[in-house]
Design a protein around this ligand. Structure first.
Ligand code: GDP
Ligand code: MG
Length: 362
């Protein structure tokens, strides 16, 4: 439910405004008489309405009524209206800058401090213009959290289907460690044991082969290392009878284009089974690096994001910002160095809990 306040010189007129907007039977929350700064007494009547109804009555009618009119015209009108709203919002903010900080500004500042980007916040806040939510910090915080929740996607773990999962990402984010955890999960920890094999493309990094081979030996899991597109294709053919093939890749730094292009060749070559590309992305990411990581890996046609190093930070805003911006589904979380224990299936609740914990520190 959302609270909305109507103001008039007397309670009846204020209440009538609410009825006019929502019809009879609105749920009354409070009615107050308040002396305003200009010395006049006014009545504030606050009602509660379901969020859907609020959005529909406040903004939705414009977008839902374009069925029998010209679509192009409607769209340009809508975008003009959006632009106008934005300008009004910014003007209002500027005016407030001069005097005391508003509830909206306070909440916005808090979310920005925690790493959520201004354009995303502005978009949400603009959509709330004219609503009572902007006047109430608690309500506004929970509204923003709901919006974040609604924008996050989780990719459900696909079982009972043969698959090839390739992990890509910058050096040191935890690809190899996560491969080892996933191998243990699929081979030993689920209801049904899967036939798991590891394929290593990480042969550029000194010691990389040993690291993966070490895990594979302990778990008694088949593993092979390949160096070229041909070998990679052959490797996949050899491993065809395995349910789950996990592919480790070189930790490509943004500047390491040579290795990068090679791996892309691997991915793009003709594969018998579809390769699921998972970007391993650290929760510890710095704001400045966020876009670079995305730009360096996005043309691999990313299926999902595995978030690593959850245990190494208390601040999840930049990570959330990345998820809100690029809207990739999350598949797993790596929450520590221990193989195989520190791996969990991605959960919005878990991520939001961490973020709220960070907000509450303020
Ligand atoms: N704290 C913490 N360390 C991790 C996590 N995942 C990996 N690591 C560590 O990060 C380092 C690099 O991991 P590695 O798997 O070799 O990264 P790669 O270069 O992407 O393959 C190792 O010391 C891992 O133990 C995690 O979720 N939390
Ligand atoms: Mg590695």
């Amino acid at each position: 439910m959302i609270n909305e306040t109507f103001v008039a010189s007397d309670p009846k007129s204020a209440y009538d405004q609410a009825v006019k907007k929502y019809g009879e039977g609105v749920e009354l929350v409070s009615a107050k008489q308040i002396k305003y700064e200009d010395g006049k007494l006014r009545c504030e009547v606050t009602i509660a309405v379901p969020k859907d109804l609020f959005m529909k009555k406040s903004f939705g009618e414009i977008s839902s009524e374009n069925s029998n009119s010209d679509k192009g015209e409607d769209e340009s009108l809508l975008s003009e209206l959006g632009e106008l709203k934005k300008q009004l919002f910014l003007m209002k903010e500027e005016m407030l800058d001069a005097s005391e900080e508003s509830v909206t500004q306070k909440v916005k500042r808090l979310f920005m401090k925690k790493g959520i980007a201004k354009p995303w916040l502005d978009d949400v806040l603009i959509s709330l213009m004219g609503s009572g939510i902007l006047e109430d910090a608690t309500l506004l915080v929970s509204y923003l959290l709901e919006e974040i929740d609604a924008s996050l996607n989780v990719q459900e773990e696909i079982l009972y289907e043969p698959k090839i999962m390739m992990l890509v990402g910058p050096t040191g984010v935890g690809k190899t460690t996560t491969i080892a955890k996933l191998a243990a999960r699929y081979a030993y920890l689920l209801d049904k044991p899967y036939k798991v094999a590891l394929l290593n493309l990480d042969s550029y990094k000194v010691g990389a082969f040993e690291q993966l081979a070490h895990y594979a030996d302990i778990m008694q899991i088949e593993h092979i290392t390949v160096d070229s597109v041909e070998e990679f294709t052959q490797g996949l053919e050899v491993l065809d009878e395995y349910d789950v093939i996990l592919v480790d890749t070189a930790g490509m730094s943004p500047y390491d284009t040579q290795k990068f292009i090679k791996t892309v060749e691997f991915v793009q070559s003709d594969m018998p089974r579809k390769i699921e590309v998972n970007l391993v992305f650290p929760a510890t990411v710095k704001y400045e690096d966020m876009d670079d990581i995305y730009n360096n890996f996005s043309f691999l046609d990313l299926n999902s994001v595995i978030i690593s190093k959850f245990d190494e930070t208390k601040h999840f805003g930049t990570l959330l910002n990345f998820m809100l911006l690029y809207k990739l589904p999350m598949s797993y979380f790596s929450i520590g160095q221990e193989v195989p224990d520190d791996l969990m299936v991605a959960s919005k609740e878990y991520l939001l809990e961490q973020f709220i914990g960070d907000l509450d520190e303020e």
